[in-house]
Write a new protein. Structure first.
Length: 93
């Protein structure tokens, strides 16, 4: 029972299904699965989120393609921070 109480006390992070704007990216452009907010590629001032490391590698190889694809779908990409952040993301462009 004590173990269950500890599990419930874990901090809650920002979830991928709680976007900042109505047209914010919710799905991975490669796998069409919910995004992981810790996996992204920053390209020309825009942040592209993905669902898994496989998708991360694909987007890193051609981020421009995915920016165009998402914007053509009416998705508003989050601006990339001006400073490099820790994490598994990647800066491109």
């Amino acid at each position: 029972m004590l173990l269950l109480g500890c599990a419930l006390a874990l901090p809650v992070e920002t979830r991928a299904d709680e976007p900042r704007s109505p047209n914010a990216q919710k799905l991975c452009p490669v796998m069409n699965e919910p995004i992981n907010p810790n996996l992204y590629v920053d390209f020309e001032g825009k942040r592209i989120y993905v669902s898994c490391t496989h998708s991360l590698d694909i987007v890193k190889a051609n981020p421009k393609k995915f920016v165009r694809q998402l914007e053509a779908e009416g998705i508003t990409l989050e601006p990339a921070p001006k400073e490099e952040k820790k994490g598994r993301g990647s800066s491109g462009g």
